[in-house]
Design a protein around this ligand. Structure first.
Ligand code: G6P
Length: 611
């Protein structure tokens, strides 16, 4: 939520900031702004309600005024104060000398604001962020760093901050607690941002700042400090993502691009990790804790959104392949529960971004109670990647579409790989392992074959996109797939949808069945096929419309369904990976026909870094 960016160097700051903000826009897009400062401390500030494109239009009319090699930018997802020009960042102090961009929440801002107001400070916005500019003003005595450090002592909450001062136009100060912040080290230029994607244009040499650190960035130098002003030495590391990974590469939307990337992301998740001759999996990131994992009796998976749905599928996988009991928890609930962490309990966090606030808090709670924590994370160097003792990366490249697609399939795949690896130490035979591996290896071409049906799925979406409500149903492995399909439809096309285990339909949802509420039935020929057919017949008997995702082109489902989307055959545990792809495409095309902003759905943000 919210993206910040700062630039200092020899180039035109504003163009870099705008380009960076475009890459950060997925983090929030209700308002935005930039401030640019020249070497004499002259500043130009532009803010607006709405998206970056709007800001660009405003800047285009003033471009000759915006000279300067230092600047800050921000794209907002409102927490305190509604989306408006006044509440857009950068915020400033009374004298308009200090400018601040912020990602996070200042929890004690009301108290601080009251105090600062008493001292005569005048506020221009309803935001929590603005108090930081005024606090720094209050403490400033010619040394910006010390004023920032004194201010941060008083602040409770989370922040990724960028700060400039007119009187010190040779530096940007950035600070981090609980919100991501990455420095990019270029040649005679330095950048800071909430996401690597916004840095790649300038450099692939980055430093991941830790919590409670502050950095002073000059164009040819950076110094990192603790909040007590002790120097921290950190060298840049090279990022594996390329600039082109963050482009749409000819697709109209990131969501569609990312759906189409799945054959490749599945391959990337497997690359170098399959030991065919041993019928098992090798995950380097778990080797340091493998003895503890072998003894694990209970696995608690914590995650949010789509990552939570992947966790639900893992529960069935672990049950089938290992002797571990698995619980899957919404991180936002887990963090406030009082769960007993017994010996041999491991907590696994699943997170694309590695920055989801609730998942981080859940992990910290688990660590406090003594659990070994591991992660399944896509973003290298992210908070969850660093907080956990060990873990596995997805290597799926950046996911920018707010609705997660390629990460879901990558997560499900890696969770099966982890279960197989552990299963092979116990109840799984070499042949069992090999069967799984063979099925894994077929996935990329099977996904390709589903993607080739895109036109057909588009036609189905054309027919159904005006329906007000949908039910999605599946059983066992495909119950979480139903949840995920319904989530996709809600997120991008704003059509109401609910996912249900098909066996539960009779306990309520079947009352909703009418010609106006179609059912998406996920029904491959697996152990639950006959049961699913029974459930679908019950819908048919009540005049419900049925779209079936199945492996059977010409069987019974053809007779009782209105539409059939076929997927190739695989092992039961892998059906979610294949069956979710038509659901992703269906949601995408419904959104397209409904004229929705697919990559930036209303009210959502990709990276939920506030509670
Ligand atoms: C947001 C995103 C979802 C994502 C969820 C969890 O809601 O819009 O796509 O699944 O956060 O994010 P994480 O990065 O922890 O997987």
């Amino acid at each position: 939520m919210c993206g910040i960016i700062g630039y200092i160097g020899e180039d035109d700051a504003v163009s870099f900031l705008i380009e960076g903000l475009r890459k950060l826009e997925y983090r929030g897009y209700d308002s935005c702004g930039v401030v640019v400062e020249d070497a004499n401390g002259n500043t130009e500030l532009y803010k607006t309600k709405g998206k970056i494109a709007h800001l660009e239009d405003i800047l285009a009319n003033n471009i000759e005024n915006i000279k300067g090699n230092i600047g800050l930018g921000h794209t907002r997802w409102a927490t305190h104060g509604k989306p408006s020009k006044e509440n857009a960042h950068p915020h400033f102090d009374c004298e308009k000398k200090i400018f601040v961009v912020h990602n996070g929440i200042i929890e004690n801002f009301n108290y601080l604001k009251r105090d600062l107001t008493k001292k005569g400070h005048k506020f221009h916005s309803d935001t929590d962020t603005e108090i930081i500019a005024h606090l720094i003003e209050e403490f400033y005595e010619g040394d910006l760093l010390s004023a920032v450090l004194k201010s941060l002592e008083l602040v409770a909450g989370t922040f990724g901050l960028g700060i400039i001062h007119k009187d010190e136009p040779d530096k940007i100060i950035v600070a981090r607690r609980g919100s991501p912040l990455i420095l990019g080290v270029g040649k005679n230029e330095m950048v800071a941002s909430s996401d690597v994607a916004a840095i790649l244009k300038l450099t692939d040499r980055v430093i991941y700042m830790e919590d409670n650190q502050v950095a002073v960035l000059k164009k040819d130098d950076y110094k990192i400090y603790s909040l007590t002003r002790e120097r921290v030495r950190k060298k840049p590391e090279k990022v594996e993502w390329k600039l082109t990974d963050t482009d749409k590469n000819g697709f109209p939307h990131y969501m569609l691009k990312e759906i189409y990337e799945q054959p490749e992301t599945i391959l990337n998740a497997m690359r170098g990790r399959i030991l065919k001759e041993e019928g098992t999996i090798k995950l380097g990131g778990l080797e340091s804790v493998i003895d503890k994992l072998k003894k694990m009796k209970r696995l608690i998976i914590v995650s949010c959104g789509t990552s939570y749905h992947a966790g639900l599928i893992a529960r069935y996988m672990f049950e089938k392949l290992t002797d571990v009991n698995v619980e899957v928890e919404y991180a936002s609930e887990f963090r406030y529960r009082n769960i007993n962490i017994s010996e041999n309990t491991v907590v696994l966090a699943i997170s694309q971004s590695g920055e989801t606030a609730d998942t981080i808090a859940a992990l910290k709670e688990a660590q406090r109670k003594g659990a070994l924590t591991i992660g399944l994370v896509n973003v290298v160097g992210s908070t969850i990647a660093r907080l956990t003792t060990a873990g596995v990366y997805n290597h799926a490249g950046p996911e920018i579409g707010v609705a997660s697609t390629k990460l879901f399939t990558s997560q499900v795949l890696i969770l099966l790989m982890i279960a197989t690896l552990l299963g092979r130490f116990k109840k799984l035979s070499m042949n069992d392992g090999l069967n799984i591996i063979n099925a894994l290896e077929n996935l990329p071409s099977q996904i390709e074959s589903i993607l080739k049906q895109s036109d057909k799925i588009r036609d189905i979406a054309k027919k159904y996109h005006k329906f007000p409500s949908f039910l999605y149903m599946g059983r066992l492995f495909n119950f979480p797939t139903a949840l995920e399909g319904a989530l996709k439809l809600k997120e991008v096309s704003y059509i109401h949808a609910e996912g249900y285990p098909a066996g539960e339909m009779k306990h309520g949802p079947i009352a909703l069945i009418s010609p106006n509420c179609p059912v998406m039935a996920i029904c491959p020929k697996d152990s639950m096929f006959e049961k699913m057919v029974g459930n679908i017949k019950e819908i048919e008997a009540r005049n419900g419309k049925i779209i079936a995702v199945t492996t059977e082109e010409n069987g019974i489902l053809k007779e009782i369904s209105d539409e059939i989307i076929t997927i190739p055959e695989t092992i039961e545990m892998l059906y979610p990976i294949l069956s979710v792809i038509p659901l992703q495409l269906f949601a995408y095309y419904c959104a397209l026909y409904n004229g929705c902003e697919i990559d930036k759905p209303r009210n959502l943000a990709k990276s939920v870094t506030v509670e």
